[in-house]
Ligand binder design. Sequence first.
Ligand SMILES: Nc1ncnc2c1ncn2[C@@H]1O[C@H](COP(=O)(O)OP(=O)(O)OP(=O)(O)O)[C@@H](O)[C@H]1O
Ligand SMILES: O=P(O)(O)OC[C@H]1O[C@H](OP(=O)(O)OP(=O)(O)O)[C@H](O)[C@@H]1O
Ligand SMILES: [Mg+2]
Length: 282
Amino acid sequence: MLLAVPNKGRLQEPVLKLLEAVGIRPLASDERALVVPTTWREINLIRARPEDIPFIVESGRVWAGITGHDYVVESGANVREVLELDFGRGKLVVAVPKSSDISSVEQLPPGARVATKFVNIAYSYFGELGKRVRVIRVTGSVEVLPQLGIADAILDVMATGTTLEVHGLVPVATVLETSARLIVNPKYEEHELTKMLVTFVKGYYAAQGKKMIFLNVPADKLEAVLSVLPAMEAPSVTKLAKGDVYEVFSVVPEEGLPDLVIRLKQAGAKDIVVTSIEKLIS
Ligand SMILES: Nc1ncnc2c1ncn2[C@@H]1O[C@H](COP(=O)(O)OP(=O)(O)OP(=O)(O)O)[C@@H](O)[C@H]1O
Ligand SMILES: O=P(O)(O)OC[C@H]1O[C@H](OP(=O)(O)OP(=O)(O)O)[C@H](O)[C@@H]1O
Ligand SMILES: [Mg+2]
């Protein structure tokens, strides 16, 4: 499988972290190499620009990729978004100078100049509103253009809002919510390797915020201990080889764990072991 991943920008690091967490580590190769083998022998990474990844996956030679939802929409590429990931989150907004007295997109004058790298999204957004604007295509640093007198408004990604603020801009409309996605070419969606990748990424996310807890419980305390112990289905209970003692284990939320441990001890649990879970695959 060829898997396209960002070779720059703010998605690059979280993508590598996620792949590492599912056991896909790039094998040492020249830093400039654009095709990189990995510890999953069936998977080679293709390092590409995030905005190009939807087209690369659509082409069919590359099965899957990770990029932003905004770029998928902008590309119009025929790819399936099979998983929403927990990074690259933001909103595409239309923003105008605070000093203008515009407070909604409707108030933009006809022919207003809107700078953006999302030109297709801009055309379709303003088209649906029935508003005629001039779209100015740029590739970055969009927020500086209004103060240079080059644009009347911008359409760009806002995350914390700091960049808009620093440039004296305010958002007046949300066009799209975005985050990183795992995208797949439709013809590989049902392939075993694709399903394995999706299962492992889901398993990694499902394990976040959960711990495994093991405890020993004397028989006469078992009922009391089980009554305070959460579980996915029900806790597992096994009799130990010696004595009238049971070993109990269960998957529990990390939140409130100290409190749970105290309640388990009070109920009669001993030898409590807490471990992290790498993946939780249901
Ligand atoms: N401030 C941000 N916080 C979170 N995600 C963001 C932010 N800005 C952009 N993104 C998302 O990151 C993805 C990659 O963006 P992009 O290709 O512009 O990389 P970049 O980090 O901005 O690099 P560069 O600006 O050098 O091109 C896009 O899907 C975009 O929605
Ligand atoms: O709301 P904020 O938290 O301030 O983040 C939003 C900014 O982050 C991105 O820019 P980036 O730093 O990637 O630079 P770019 O304009 O060159 O893409 C985006 O294009 C905004 O400018
Ligand atoms: Mg950027």
